[in-house]
Design a protein. Sequence first.
Length: 746
Amino acid sequence: MSDSRSALPVRLLRLSVAAILVATSLTASALPAPQEAANNEWSQWRGPDQNGVSAATDLPDDWTVDGPGQLWHGDIVGRSTPVAFDGRVCANGRLGEGMEMRETVACWNAATGERLWQRSFNVYNTTVPFTRVGWGSVAGDSETGNLYVLNVDGWFHALDELGRTVWSYRLHEDYGRFSGYGGRTGTPVIDENRVLLPVINGSWAEFTPGRQRFYAFDKHDGRVLWVSNPSEESPKDLNIQAVPVVTEIDGQRLMIVGGADGWIYALQARTGNFVWKFQLSKRGINVSVVEADGVVYAAHSEENLDEGVLGRVVAIDARGQGDITHTNELWRATEIPVGFSSPMLHDGVLHVIDNSANLIAFDAATGRHLWEQNIGNVGKASPVWADGKIYATEVNGNFVILRAGEDGAEVLDTEHIEMPDGRHAEICSSPAVAYGRIYFTTENGIYAIGNDADAPIETWSAERTMPVPDIDAEVTSIKVVPADVVIRAGEPAQFEVHSFDVDGNFIRSRNAVWSLAGLEAEVSEDGTFWADPAIGHQVGRVLAETGGMLSAYARVRVIAAPPTVEDFNDGERPPHWVAAGRWGPMAEFDGENVLTKGPSPSGIHRHVTYTADASTRDVTVQVDLYATQEGRRRADGGVVNGGYTLDLAGNHQRLEIRSWASELLMMERVPFEWDMETWYTVKLRVEPGSNSTMVRAKVWRRDEAEPAEWTLEIEDPRALQSGAPGIYGYSPVNIYYDNYKVTANR
């Protein structure tokens, strides 16, 4: 079987079969060749060659806020690095106060700073605080004109040149992407026809255990071309920000990236097939690698595996296979805590910024320490080399320009940026160099600096050229596209098979013999899949075999329309539930099975499992729950629906509705005295409208009649339109659930 899997958003599956066939044919027959670097643009993280180096000239040695050298300033509260492409500069960030708090994405005219468009997004079903919203950077694509952005709460969007949605996924609710308090968010990378994205998730069925996984989406239509699952360990950190780097090594196009489990992974970029791994840290890696001449440079600031100190910079021979931890390390520099800033490589010198904002230079060939220069107090952003100078930012409001020599670096200018109240403006953004200008975001807006406000904006348009596949090459692997499919029962999905050679190069689409495993459905000779709505929720695989006796499969999750009921009498946790790793096993009450949520063996006790897809809307969710008590420890329990959580809080003895936990957004609560070790029924009804959403909740003892009145009623002016239903629990002690129901309101 293939170890690479794919997924398709529900909204795409709602196209007609004919439309899907047309999109499939175009994608399969015209896979683009590698794009040439556009050295005058900075369309994605770390620039045209993903090494933090620009070929630009005539850049400033100094500048002044609101004075000489500042070309324009735009409004945004940003912590991400902007991109510059197609004459635009784009970034994401946050805006608003109170009920108006949002994540936002905006684009400006690269020359004038005129804002071209801005989109804002509601944040919900997450514990990320507002101050960490807008963390991950965006990626631009000069061929399609699209902008790709991952929001902190798991929305993943492709936006066109006017900011309109081309396709999107709700990765948190549909694929179990973890969204923890830390807020560090992945950044997408464009490679050929793919958008590459690391995702830390616990999905459904055999993907339920939390792992570091990697997704490749088709940049045009959003189909997932592959999902790679190389990690064998639970993630040490639920939020990391390492960004993939794509390079060619010994005939293989590789995606190389650090994981939440402390490993560096190299995967074939076109297939997701595993090539090698290198264990660098005991915890997650937030630093992107840099590669040159088959050598990968990486860093971290966590505990090392073989030394009782924190931090390391390493050089790795990237020509390998399997676990290369003990065989391919070329050199190391220990006790260098580089936890967030990615390396920059120029002219044989590796530059890093450690957590204390020390800029350190190493001989890239030997690891010899060359020099060190302090630029502030806290190092988060990554340095950039351009026009013979190094440009860097420091968290406490400082933009620093240096000129590096063989024995050290001279600070040419340090410009301090403040907020209107006089405190420093936080800066986590790295500089982006394009069109003879330097762009970066701060807590006090986005800045463009340069020597010439009239420098021409010379854009670069990628041409979608078809590679010349070797049709006589030996086919060594096949992939089913798409896979990991979330689909509504009664809607079609179209599958196809792509074939690849040993180096992961696409050869052609192939005919296949199709079959099903674990699914009561139909699949035709051309790969069209359809599931009967009467069957209900189900999971399984669509299998493909080719004449060469190669096989692959797609995982399929079929979602039934409400009403649905789970009474757990079969003794199993429903396999279609997402992020259900902390839910189970079954317990017996009065001769019937009920679902258990017990204390977590490590980490937090608070979890949500989602039972349908994120497009679910206008439903009522209810469940019976029974919470225990040990000493002062009491549980919380409830349900989620449409982006809202109903929480029956044991310690606080209250009933609460909220949509954004860390900010208590749309929070409404009332006292509610409830007895532990007693069955209650909780019910949450969400009715979305065009201008607002009505949310109603009630709770009662299960052995009593349902009350006619709602216990809580609130109206949300943000008008959340949809969201997956599910069950919520905080379980320092056991909670039991029974009779889970989802019903349509109309």
